[in-house]
Write a protein that binds this ligand. Structure first.
Ligand SMILES: *Cc1c(COP(=O)(O)O)cnc(C)c1O
Length: 430
């Protein structure tokens, strides 16, 4: 096993088998360019963060201007225009459903903040609640609280003894709705007045395998929680900012959460940042002349002015450009492409929601599945497309600026990849 030359330890990477990292030099729109000038289509928006496209000129100039004016300032006792403007815009763009915005620096920390807000609310009310409900197969980040709320798997096995207990409910995917409702009913009954919150990725579970479930099912779960005064925490870190076809997945689902977590697309993927939005009632539970009731949470880079300016610029693009129609075009294109994938016998669960298209590759044995992922990843890269299947789930989630031609090229390459797997399997059979 040749030892890696670089001193960098990459995320989600087994360096003992991983090939050398691809060295990216610059990016523009839907494209990444490597050191040799090779163009790669970024069909997964660089891990779901890039919304409008790489290096959008409006964000570039906003960030440049802000960098010359104010780099960073402590956010306890101080404030600044980019943070104030962003909060005002976020509240407006989310339909005035929230009253307060708490900034942090990543999706995971936005989730930690959300959980701490919900638990802290009940503590401050003198009616401490101990339980958190989440969905099976959920992903909320890699810090300990977020891992606890997420699915238990090989990804967190080593840490399992240190994760706190969370009640995981069956996902109400098509056909599983009543199992999900019954399970929630049981958990709520067994934990009367003791459930602080229900955290979920609305309509689309990302890392758990691009699982889709219906607005009606989510509405039912939310109504059941509301009856028991259980706070609803929508983790829209991946679904937010247009991914599911509407600005928020909650808009499409017709639900009003108490707490909303935003990150990835918040700055259009330009800089790291997150926000946790909450209702007046939650804020008020911490609002007091008693210092011990304040919200005990902070991170050093809270509301970094340059990140805030990127987020403001991104929302200006939402206000001034035809972002929604770009999203609609991608959705329509996916709808058409679905038919050809549905006609294949080697894939199942062909699905799309907004800008996401996915299918699962059928396999007779699970050993086969474990080799499929790296094989496909390499295949796509050889075709100069960045796609990173989740196990046997192949999906695309492009930036909104992607051209019709590039979408077609991606669909075509997906078919080619499936054909090559099929041919290989046939060869093994003879
Ligand atoms: C990516 C993601 C997170 C974690 O965000 P990080 O910025 O990687 O910490 C949390 N929830 C969901 C739904 C995500 O997709």
């Amino acid at each position: 096993m040749p030892y890696n030359k670089s001193t960098i330890w990459h995320p989600f990477t087994q360096h003992g088998i991983a090939p050398d990292s691809i060295h990216i030099n610059h990016a523009k729109g839907a494209y990444l360019y490597d050191k040799n000038g090779q163009r790669i289509i970024d069909a997964i928006s660089s891990w779901w963060v890039i919304t409008h496209g790489h290096c959008h000129p409006h964000i570039v100039s906003a960030v440049q201007a802000q960098a010359e004016k104010l780099d960073q300032v402590i956010f306890a006792g101080f404030t600044h225009d980019p943070a104030e403007n962003l909060a005002e815009k976020l509240i407006r763009h989310t339909g005035e459903a929230f009253d307060h915005v708490f900034y942090s620096d990543s999706g995971s920390t936005a989730v930690e903040v959300a959980l701490k807000m919900a638990l802290g609310y009940w503590e401050n009310k003198g009616q401490a609640r101990q339980k958190i409900i989440a969905l099976e197969h959920g992903y909320h980040g890699d810090t300990f609280g977020a891992m606890s709320a997420g699915a238990r798997s090989i990804y967190n096995r080593a840490y399992d003894p240190f994760l706190f207990e969370v009640e995981h409910i069956t996902v109400p995917v098509s056909g599983q709705e009543s199992a999900s409702f019954e399970m929630l009913e049981r958990v709520l009954k067994a934990n009367k007045n003791n459930v602080a919150c229900f955290i979920f990725e609305p309509l689309l579970q990302g890392a758990g395998g691009m699982n889709i479930y219906s607005p009606e099912a989510l509405q039912t779960l939310c109504t059941m929680c509301r009856r028991e005064d259980v706070f609803l925490i929508a983790d829209e870190i991946m679904t937010g900012f247009g991914r599911t076809g509407s600005f928020l997945a909650c808009d499409k689902a017709g639900i009003n959460p108490d707490i909303l977590c935003l990150s990835k697309g918040l700055t259009a993927g330009f800089l790291p940042m997150s926000a946790t939005l909450c209702t007046r009632g939650i804020y008020d539970a911490f609002y007091s002349t008693d210092k011990s009731k304040m919200f005990f949470h902070s991170s050093s880079f809270t509301a970094n002015p340059i990140s805030c300016s990127a987020a403001v610029a991104s929302l200006e693009i939402w206000e001034n450009e035809l972002v929604q129609s770009r999203i609609d075009e991608i959705s329509n294109s996916h709808e058409t492409a679905l038919k050809d994938f549905k006609a294949r016998t080697d894939v199942e669960n062909v699905r799309s929601l907004g800008t996401m298209l996915a299918f699962d590759i059928k396999a007779e044995n699970s050993g086969y599945l474990s080799t499929i992922q790296p094989q496909l990843y390499d295949f796509f890269l050889r075709h100069n497309i960045l796609l990173r299947p989740l196990g046997n789930t192949v999906y695309m989630l492009p930036p909104y600026c992607i051209s019709k031609e590039d979408l077609e090229e991606i669909y075509e390459t997906l078919h080619l990849a499936l054909d090559s797997l099929r041919d290989e399997r046939q060869q093994c059979a003879v």
